[in-house]
Design a protein around this ligand. Structure first.
Ligand SMILES: Cc1cc2nc3c(=O)[nH]c(=O)nc-3n(C[C@H](O)[C@H](O)[C@H](O)COP(=O)(O)OP(=O)(O)OC[C@H]3O[C@@H](n4cnc5c(N)ncnc54)[C@H](O)[C@@H]3O)c2cc1C
Length: 552
């Protein structure tokens, strides 16, 4: 007889910044909870392990991008990908999370049973010896999806006419070859977002020349790379107290800039233009290359430490061209204006492909969940999807600010359920609720391309995604868990509000609808066998994890 699948109280999907935080919060606040963190890749760190392009760094200050519970003690305001990865590894080690993280475990399907008040989760496990993945299964009382927001297997690459004729190399920053040599080469970076403005000055240090080719400009703002006040406070007050103070100051400053941008966009536009102008050579065409048509914070501002992008332009090592690609030629790119950009290397910094919940197929009591038919509850649960939470960070502030709040709320929710003997919870959607809108109110192309595959948000609380740390603090940290919307029940009881009956109108039980909520699962195999998932290894210094299978 097959052994029962391994059961944990909480199953966390993803060992990036969010999943690691979730593990740390559970370990410190609810030490009796059994949990596991399933990570599809063979390394922890998510974004900060995947992206390896030259100069890769945060574009948030580390006062807010570091966790609330672990001070950032390094000097520089923005941090390199390597430094952030080191910080995440330290967090794992400090809280003994290695034994909870299972590398090479991709969650592909999660099915909720109201009768059992638990999820059954199907996992593809890479054996670590290069062999085909096998199917495993686990169960859990609560599922927390910390799987990020984009596809790991491919970045967004727009149609590049004539690319097959190009004799040089084309790379995407998401898959930067470790041995790619760019010194002395003529490089064109296509794009104008955070990745492009990071790459251009880094490549310009050794390239013959770097051209940033953009269809339209972004707002680029120079910020100091060091924070002398933070350094002084650390010396005076120690790391912990200084971190709390500097973090609070930074949150306040950023929210003021954001608010000012939304209330007085023309004023902020003028200021940003004047600041850019000051950094650029006399006579530079600021309006063509650095004055976007949208308002500040309709898309994320691009921050550059000590104006490194502007400096590269001033010194003639880099230039910006605002135009469209007509076609690739053998030796470079021909533009719509007729101009030619000679290139040996082209970097497509053209963005990400968004993916909701790591492409996991969600099923509730036999009915596939169609994500666009769900509403986000408090920005962390889904309507009518029981005992499930997710982590999607801010688009206008550091992702981590939300991570701390969501993980704190998750612990409060679980503690509340324990205290009252509840086994499950759900935020039922009232069909009379008002109009809905896309989950993210953000105009970036990569967001707009995929938003129709994501859950939606409602007009008012608790169905609105506020994108405001202040509002989230009031609701997630200081507000009640039992707010009148969230319903709870015990195993064996009927789910509240006739859940199962209502659900048929909410969740379309068709195979095609479930497919739309699913992503292609790289490495998936139809020959996968089903086994229980057990045993852990997550030593970031070793690439292989061990997995023990009990084949059914
Ligand atoms: C280059 C770059 C720079 C960025 N800089 C900033 C910044 O400065 N400030 C900011 O606020 N945000 C920034 N972001 C956004 C960034 O992604 C978040 O800040 C943060 O790293 C997200 O962490 P996460 O753990 O939620 O997701 P991720 O880092 O994406 O990690 C998710 C993890 O889940 C795993 N996973 C996914 N699906 C599954 C599955 N089905 N089964 C098992 N595991 C799965 C993935 O393999 C991955 O390890 C940046 C993003 C990029 C790409």
């Amino acid at each position: 007889m097959a052994a029962a699948p391994e059961h944990v109280d909480v199953l966390i999907v993803g060992a990036g910044l969010s999943g690691i935080a979730a593990g740390r919060y559970l370990r410190t606040r609810l030490p009796a909870k059994r949990f596991a963190i399933l990570e599809a890749r063979r390394a922890i760190g998510g974004t900060w392990d995947l992206f390896r392009y030259p100069g890769v760094r945060s574009d948030s200050d580390l006062a807010t991008y570091a966790y609330a519970f672990k001070p950032w003690t390094r000097e520089r305001t923005l941090a390199s990908g390597e430094e952030i990865l080191g910080y995440l590894r330290e967090t794992v080690a400090e809280h003994g999370l290695e034994r909870d993280i299972r590398l090479g475990h991709r969650v592909v399907r999660a099915a909720w049973s109201s009768a059992d008040a638990r999820w059954t989760v199907e996992v593809e496990v890479e054996p670590g010896d290069g062999g085909p993945p096998r199917r495993g299964r686990m169960t859990c009382g609560f599922l927390f999806c910390a799987s990020g927001y984009y596809r790991y297997d491919e970045g967004h690459r727009p149609d590049l006419p004539g690319a097959e004729r190009f004799a040089g190399t084309i790379v995407h920053p998401q898959h930067w070859p470790a041995d790619l040599e760019w010194a002395g080469r003529r490089i064109v970076v296509i794009g104008s977002g955070a990745t492009a403005v990071t790459l251009v000055p880094a490549l310009a240090e050794r390239a013959a020349h770097v051209t940033m080719l953009q269809r339209s400009p972004s707002y680029v703002l120079s910020i100091p790379s060091r924070d002398p006040i933070a350094a002084r406070l650390r010396r005076l007050l120690g790391d912990r107290r200084a971190h709390a103070l500097v973090r609070r100051r930074s949150i306040w400053q950023q929210s003021q800039v954001y608010r000012l941008s939304r209330r007085h966009p023309r004023l902020v536009r003028r200021v940003l233009r004047a600041l850019a102008r000051r950094e650029l050579p006399p006579g530079y065409d600021v309006d063509t290359h650095f004055r976007p048509s949208y308002d500040p914070w309709d898309q994320r501002l691009c921050l550059v430490p000590d104006g490194d992008l502007f400096r590269a332009i001033r010194e003639g090592r880099a230039s910006v061209v605002t135009d469209r690609i007509a076609t690739f030629t053998a030796s470079g790119v021909r533009l719509a204006s007729g101009a030619e950009l000679p290139a040996d290397l082209v970097v497509t910094a053209t963005g990400l492909n968004l993916l909701a919940f790591g492409g996991i197929e969600l099923v509730v009591d036999g009915a596939p969940v169609r994500l666009p038919d769900t509403l986000a509850y408090k920005g962390l649960m889904l309507s009518d999807v029981p005992s499930f939470a997710f982590m999607i960070g801010y688009t206008n502030a550091s992702w981590t600010l939300k991570v701390d709040l969501v993980c704190g709320f998750l612990c409060r929710l679980l503690a509340h359920m324990d205290a009252h003997g509840h086994d499950a919870c759900v935020a039922p959607r009232d069909r009379r609720d008002g109009p809905t809108r896309p989950l993210l109110d953000f105009q970036a192309g990569y967001v707009l391309r995929s938003l129709h595959r994501f859950p939606r948000q409602g007009d008012g609380p608790p169905w609105r995604l506020p994108m405001s740390h202040r509002e989230d603090v009031a609701v997630l940290r200081d507000g009640p868990v039992d707010d009148g919307t969230l319903r709870f029940w015990r195993r064996g009881e009927a789910p509240p509000g006739g859940q199962a009956a209502d659900r048929s109108t909410i969740l379309a039980p068709s195979a095609s609808s479930s497919a739309s909520a699913r992503s292609p699962s790289p490495g998936s195999t139809s020959t996968a066998r089903t086994a229980d998932v057990s045993t852990v290894t997550a030593n970031p210094s070793r690439s292989a994890s061990r997995a023990v299978f009990r084949t059914q």
